[in-house]
Design a protein around this ligand. Structure first.
Ligand code: SAM
Ligand code: DTB
Ligand code: SF4
Length: 361
């Protein structure tokens, strides 16, 4: 993953961001064509595997327990229902499934064991598996990689400076560390941000600068427009104009020519023409399916129609890297053996019980 050396300072990026819109889109489109197939757009489906009740205070998030957003919280989904949802997403053209949990961080408990099993199962369906589970350490990252995880999503959300105005329960450094842990484990990195939270253009570009300063920038960069949810501190934020989203997509495209730029939350408020300009400006991926994590997204059918009109095709899985191998997980194997032993003992117990019954008769 390389960066564009012509735009590696904050000043250069600000100038780029503020270029006349069509000049900016044209430059982005030219770069996009050098590095990517412009007819292909990845469809990635989101699935909230554990919803709400999160201990963090992210000002934009409807899933933080401390805000009254009327959210229907639920505990971790079963592995079976995740497989069912994954199959449905795949049948509708999605090549990636991103499983999200409203956790501050991953903990080594039975819920994490289930997530490992979900990763194994979805990878076996031939889909790219992505997880977004909050902070994680190196061992947890290795365990997910071993299960077949393709990508880990962990957003920096905004510039280091503006971050403090949005979140107080964790540090920017914590996020950088998790990204590093994923990368070290051999998992591809998905990291991006949100615009429309009251930040300045300097903060949007500041987010990009954080990725510029990394040894390797993210493989995919999601650009979200804030979904202002009632009950969150950002509920009254004025919606951004779609032109701003187009500018952010284009600037990201030019700055990181090899990364996949994902046009993420906010598409329900965009026109088809606005989205078309984003694809022209280098968006190579969308979230597909009628729900993001907890808020609405265009339906599969609407996106199919849009793809037809624009002449776009859904991207196949593993075009940007080989499918990871799923190896047996030590903890799950131990659990499986213990369960088999228990079943065997129960079976023997019931045989003995029947034998005794016969003796009495
Ligand atoms: N809890 C984990 C974490 O924070 O990394 C994973 C789930 S969290 C919901 C994933 C990302 O969704 C956040 O980092 C943020 O960028 C995005 N997000 C959450 N609420 C949003 C909103 N209202 N509008 C736009 N993006 C949002
Ligand atoms: C990302 O950058 N955007 C997605 C995904 N990564 C996890 C999440 C968007 C969430 C929008 C609000 C919601 O639906 O709860
Ligand atoms: Fe929790 Fe993630 Fe929402 Fe922050 S963004 S409140 S960490 S679910």
């Amino acid at each position: 993953m390389k960066v564009n050396p012509a735009y590696s300072t904050k000043e250069q990026l600000i100038e780029l961001y503020n270029k006349p819109l069509l000049e900016l889109v044209f430059e982005a489109a030219s770069i996009h064509r050098q590095f990517h197939n412009p007819r292909e757009v990845q469809m990635s489906s989101l699935l909230s595997i554990k919803t709400g009740g999160c201990s963090e205070d992210c000002g934009y998030c409807p899933q933080a327990a401390r805000y009254n957003t009327g959210l229907d919280a639920h505990k971790l989904m079963s592995v079976e229902s995740v497989i069912e949802q994954a199959k449905n997403a795949k049948a509708n053209g999605s090549s990636r499934l991103c499983m999200g949990a409203a956790w501050r961080e991953v903990r080594d408990n039975k819920d994490f064991d289930s997530v490992v099993e979900m990763v194994q199962e979805v990878n076996n369906l031939g889909m790219e598996v992505c997880c977004t589970l909050g902070m994680m350490n190196e061992d947890q990252a290795k365990r997910l990689k071993n299960a077949g995880l393709f990508a880990y999503n962990h957003n920096l959300d905004t510039s280091k400076d503006y971050y403090k105005d949005i979140i107080s329960t964790r540090e920017y450094e914590d996020r950088l560390q998790t990204i590093e842990n994923a990368r070290k484990a051999g998992i591809t990195v998905c990291s991006g941000g949100i615009i429309g939270m009251g930040e300045a253009v300097e903060d949007r570009v500041g987010l990009l600068m954080s990725y510029m300063e990394m040894e390797t920038p993210p493989n995919s960069i999601p650009i979200n427009a804030l979904v202002a949810v009632e009950g969150t501190p950002l509920e009254d934020q004025k919606p951004i104009e779609q032109w701003e989203l187009i500018r952010m997509v284009a600037t990201t495209r030019i700055a990181f020519p090899e990364s996949i730029v994902r046009l993420s939350a906010g598409r329900t408020k965009m026109s088809l023409e606005g989205q078309a300009l984003c694809f022209l400006a280098g968006a190579g991926s969308i979230f597909a399916g009628d729900k993001l994590l907890t808020t609405p997204n265009p339906e599969f059918n609407e996106d199919k129609e849009m793809f037809d009109i624009l002449g776009l095709n859904p991207k196949k899985a593993f075009t940007e890297g080989e499918q990871p191998t799923t190896y047996p997980d030590e903890v799950l194997e131990k659990k499986k053996k213990a369960a088999e032993l228990r079943a065997q003992q129960l079976d023997e117990g019931s045989k003995n019980f029947q034998a005794r019954k016969i003796t009495i008769e």
